[in-house]
Write a protein that binds this ligand. Structure first.
Ligand code: NAD
Ligand code: WQD
Length: 338
């Protein structure tokens, strides 16, 4: 059975490719490398010992992606392809709407043409918005998003739901990721952000490796136990395993389902820094600074549904996440060197 990974050369796609191959699926990767490079897939091939068919293509280009559907017997698609930097989405909203929405429309149109009826989408906890109380349940309404990136995710969820309503044979799984961190245990693949990282964990590991001087912790006056924000950090390999369970499920069920993929356990920024230092025996210079615009004090999942329906739950703890992040960073101080 072949699964098309749109945006599969990226951070989450490459880790998911490993888990799918190890579970017996064939994968086909399509990516324009706007935020990745072919090296990640070469590393996945090394880890798995399998050759992966790849296409360098912009997913928005319906004509170009048709070739993939003609040349391969695709059973399901996982749609990772998107721009994801929250701050950049505020500066360049049109670029975000154009890229994220158009990739979705092209995939749905082409799937329809080639009678492919299963799609899994990389959504985000950000769609719960500001109003819903934690923990977040899948039954809650999508909230008011705080930035254009979040809105693209909310809009794409709506598009998938409408498409499935119009075509009852179309199965859709919306996976709402919480905060993915960590790397494959081998240290051969991991997160490789361009320029200054926006997200906490790559920033922490770049300070640890000496690429950045000091981490600023954004705010220590939040109404949380230690005053810093809490998040539901999830090991990227647990997240990847969640995708395998979603593929298993969608291949056997005509469905429209939403699943939170998180641990259900929040940790604060200070706890992340302290655990990283303890597990890896390395100092992370940090200072406390002002709050960052748009940050919520707390964000974490209720992850029961994914366990009850998919039989999935996380296996790795915060120490594993910190250890594996560092293993990747110290072995690849320049990432993939792109
Ligand atoms: P990533 O940037 O590493 O991967 C996305 C991939 O999509 C990249 O390889 C990029 O080159 C590719 N891509 C983007 N636009 C494309 C286009 N038009 N055509 C072809 N390829 C294109 O990001 P990631 O962290 O692996 O995230 C994967 C998905 O999960 C994204 O949709 C993201 O919004 C979503 N998500 C990520 C997080 C997170 O914290 N990493 C959290 C929630 C949701
Ligand atoms: C985590 C915590 C920061 C950097 C974002 C998106 C979300 C989802 C995941 C895609 C926060 C603090 C961070 C730093 C810090 N992505 N922090 N210093 O904001 O929870 O979620 O990525 O869907 O949509 O919004 O993740 O890693 O940026 O921040 O103190 O230099 O770390 O304030 O509390 P966030 P993050």
């Amino acid at each position: 059975m072949a699964v098309l990974l749109a945006g599969g050369a990226g951070y989450i796609g490459s880790h998911t490719a490993v888990e799918l191959i190890n579970s017996g699926y064939d994968v086909v990767v399509a990516d324009n490398y706007s935020n990745s490079c072919p090296e990640s897939i070469k590393r996945v091939e090394k880890i798995t010992g399998k050759t992966i068919k790849t296409y360098e293509v912009d997913i928005r280009d319906s004509q170009a992606i048709e070739k993939i559907f003609v040349e391969n017997d695709i059973d399901a698609v996982i749609h990772f392809a998107g721009l994801k930097a929250v701050g950049e989405s505020v500066q360049k909203p049109v670029m975000y709407y154009r890229n994220n929405i158009d990739t979705t429309l092209s995939l749905l149109e082409t799937m329809s043409k080639y009678n492919v009826k299963n799609i899994i989408f990389s959504s985000s906890a950000t769609v719960y918005g500001e109003e819903n109380p934690v923990p977040y349940f899948e039954t809650m309404k999508r909230g008011v998003c705080t930035n254009p990136y979040g809105w693209t995710k909310a809009m794409m969820e709506q598009i998938f739901e409408d498409a499935a309503k119009a075509d009852p044979e179309l199965s859709v799984i919306l996976l709402r990721y919480f905060n993915p961190i960590g790397a494959h245990e081998s240290g051969m693949i991991g997160e490789d952000p361009h320029g200054i990282p926006n997200n906490l964990m790559p920033y922490v590991s770049q300070v640890a490796v000496g690429k950045r001087e000091c981490l600023t912790i954004f705010g220590n006056d939040y109404p949380t136990a230690d005053g810093t924000c809490t998040r539901d950090y999830i090991h990227v390999m647990d997240l990847a395993a969640g995708h395998v369970k979603a593929v298993d499920y969608i291949m056997n069920n005509n469905c429209v389902e939403i699943f939170n993929l998180g641990t259900g356990v929040p940790y604060s920024v200070t706890e992340i820094v302290q655990t990283f230092e303890k597990v890896n025996g390395i100092k992370v210079n940090h200072v406390y600074g002002a709050r960052r615009d748009g940050d919520l004090a707390e964000c974490y999942a209720n992850a029961d549904k994914a366990y009850e329906v998919l039989g999935w739950k996380t296996q790795r703890n915060l120490e594993d996440m910190c250890r594996d992040t560092w293993n990747w960073q110290k072995n690849n101080p320049e990432g993939y060197g792109r």
